[in-house]
Design a protein around this ligand. Sequence first.
Ligand code: ADP
Length: 167
Amino acid sequence: MERIAVYPGSFDPLTYGHLNIIERGRLIFDKIIVAVAHNISKKTFFDFEERLGILREVLNGIDKVEVDGFEGLLVEYAKRKNATVILRGIRTVSDFEYEFQMALANKMLSPSMETMFMMTDAKYSYLSSSLIKEIVHFGGSVSSMVPPLVEKKLREKFEKMQKGGII
Ligand code: ADP
């Protein structure tokens, strides 16, 4: 049986921290489905289609990796995809509290679904999508934190927002 894991997230935007989890996950699972959450109640910088597009471009052609989007209950989505594992990354104790709660809730909803955590690689432990947006907003370089395409898209979007008087 194929061991399939779903790696869900907002990916707003995708960072080298996320990519590191995907890379390491590929060594363990037969397939990783990187699943972009379409959550209407959560305000994101990049909309759903933009986040999906970036992931598709960056991860295009990488063996054992599929990019997809999902809406609604994660465990139901994972079951539909024949996944048995939900993969998540952990950076800090505060990540743990949230992740622990989510994992228990998902276990209650679907007892056969396992959540597995991977510790961040130390060099990415400080990396978060919100930190990256803040740095770019104030004109700093994030080239060591995100793939070149992500940095380009961030700059373009901030410029557009500035021109449009949104920020
Ligand atoms: P969500 O809104 O679902 O938390 P994120 O895109 O912020 O989505 O994160 C997706 C997953 O990746 C989460 O499990 C998060 O802890 C993990 N993650 C985010 N940044 C890093 C990082 N630098 N190192 C390891 N894991 C990370």
